[in-house]
Design a protein around this ligand. Structure first.
Ligand code: NDP
Ligand code: 2IT
Length: 444
């Protein structure tokens, strides 16, 4: 296998899908040597079967807005790979959602899920519906219409969706309710559900907490104490909020947050009380991060990202390609010690090259943000058992899983000079597990 040939073929087959190509290129480049040590993989054309999704479901979603206008959106579910377990992955509602975005996310999810140690395949779905400015009734009607298009291809043993950008507890609740009615069953077909109907404790916190647990493991390899470290966090949603919560608990100082309109810089640090304000602002009133600066009198920069600010640690937690080469160079110049990705693919390939050349600690999303889907996997287990574990039990398991992912990155990613290449480590560890499962199951 030659990575350039695999990419060439993919680009011819799926033109104009840059995010999908970007995600595949990173993985294929880092597994090339290991793949070529196994001639049986090449004989089974494993690589093409691994980079192309198993199935892509596409449907129109029709709903009625508050003014009585009939609206349409596109709905998708990309079922990428189910070699090690049922398809599993989030649903994204955002104006930018396209087949390319969902293919990249489903591809990444396959390797991420393999790293979690739990039996889950990879998938992603969503719609170009934007929840921004929509009423609660509009969101509910949209979610119900979306599930009408989706419900036949999901199920507790086939494909289990969850949240992602624009999809949190409220949306999962509406989707689960509609699914339950159409399928005439009460099963754990969605994760991230409300506590009262089968949701796991710690699922809302899991991605942010898990990312900080992974960061702690990375810092340990260099004997760096997280206490007192200034942290640049982007986003202001689920992942960003619980990243801040855990950072604060450990004595670190988050100083930035952002949304698609701009970022805030709070030189005094975002305290527990200020974080509570953000949670209410974003989860209840669905306001803008600008309002934080208005409330606390700190700096707000419209139309920009927080990477030009000085910080010891960066935790990008908003969206893909939010750190470009220039941002990465600025971060390194300002002395950043570690970058741990809460978002999926937030750094461009050029930015990753800058981090790795500088030999700073750099963890890709598929390792560092795997805590969210891990606790989703634990929610599936609890639903199957019709039982629920305490927050402490789930949190312990989450810590163990993040530690295990870190160990695997070290095992497969340590280079001859001792530098841990977490990208290589995560990609090889995830790939080997999925590859072995596919080989055992024959040509499909
Ligand atoms: P939320 O919808 O809760 O929050 C997303 C945040 O990012 C918002 O502040 C949003 O701002 C901002 N954002 C979204 N799109 C853009 C954009 N194009 N440009 C700038 N800012 C943007 O989503 P999550 O916190 O759940 O997800 C954040 C990231 O983490 C995503 O990459 C997601 O894939 C990843 N992730 C999420 C997991 C989960 O369990 N939820 C698990 C693993 C990864 P605005 O309000 O203005 O849109
Ligand atoms: O990107 C991700 O891992 C998620 N959005 C969570 C997926 C899940 O099934 O919990």
């Amino acid at each position: 296998m030659k990575s350039s040939e695999v990419l060439g073929l993919l680009k011819r087959r799926f033109p104009n899908e840059p995010e999908y190509h970007q995600a595949v290129e990173e993985v294929v480049e880092s597994i090339e040597d290991v793949y070529n040590e196994h001639p049986e993989f090449e004989k089974a054309n494993l690589i093409e079967r691994l980079v192309i999704p198993d199935k892509i479901h596409t449907f129109r979603v029709t709903w009625v807005d508050d003014k009585g206008n009939v609206q349409t959106n596109m709905g998708y579910r990309v079922q990428h790979n189910n070699a090690i377990g049922p398809y599993k992955g989030g649903i994204r509602f955002h104006a930018s959602v396209s087949p390319s975005i969902l293919k990249f996310l489903a591809f990444e999810q396959t390797f991420k899920n393999a790293l979690t140690t739990l039996p889950m395949g990879g998938a992603k779905g969503g719609s170009d519906f934007s929840p921004r400015g929509k009423s609660d009734g509009e969101v509910m009607r949209f979610c119900q219409a979306f599930v009408e298009g989706l419900w036949k291809v999901i199920g507790p043993n086939t494909d289990v969706p969850a949240g992602d950008i624009g999809v949190g507890g409220r949306e999962v609740g509406y989707m689960f309710g509609k699914y339950k009615k159409l399928a005439e069953e009460f099963t754990g077909t969605f994760t991230g559900k409300g506590r009262e109907f089968g949701g796991s404790l710690i699922r809302p916190e899991a991605t942010g907490y898990g990312n900080v647990y992974f960061l702690l493991e990375m810092l340990k390899t260099k004997n760096i104490d997280i206490k007192g470290k200034k942290c640049l966090v982007s986003g202001a949603g689920n992942v960003a909020q619980y990243t801040c919560e855990k950072l604060l608990e450990l004595g670190a100082i988050p100083v930035t947050l952002s949304d698609s309109d701009g970022y805030i810089y709070d030189s005094d640090g975002i305290t527990k009380e200020k974080l509570e304000f953000v949670m209410e602002l974003k989860n209840l009133y669905r306001g803008r991060i600008r309002e934080y600066a208005e409330e606390y009198g700190c700096k707000y920069v419209p139309g920009a990202r927080p990477w030009c600010e000085k910080g010891d640690i960066a935790l990008p937690s908003a969206t893909q390609n939010e750190i470009d080469q220039a941002d990465a160079e600025t971060l390194v110049r300002n002395g950043v010690l570690a970058v741990s990705e809460g978002a999926n693919m937030p750094s461009t390939p050029e930015a990753i090259a800058v981090f790795q050349r500088s030999k700073i600690l750099y963890a890709p999303g598929k390792a560092a943000n795997a805590g969210g889907v891990s606790v989703s996997g634990l929610e599936m287990t609890q639903n199957s058992e019709r039982y629920s574990w305490s927050a402490e039990e789930v949190d312990e398991k989450l810590k163990w899983i993040m530690g295990n992912i870190h160990e695997n990155c070290v095992k497969y990613g340590t280079e001859s000079d001792g530098y841990i290449n977490y990208v290589k480590g995560a990609n090889i560890a995830g790939f080997m597990k999925v590859a072995k499962a596919m080989m055992s199951q024959g040509i499909l």
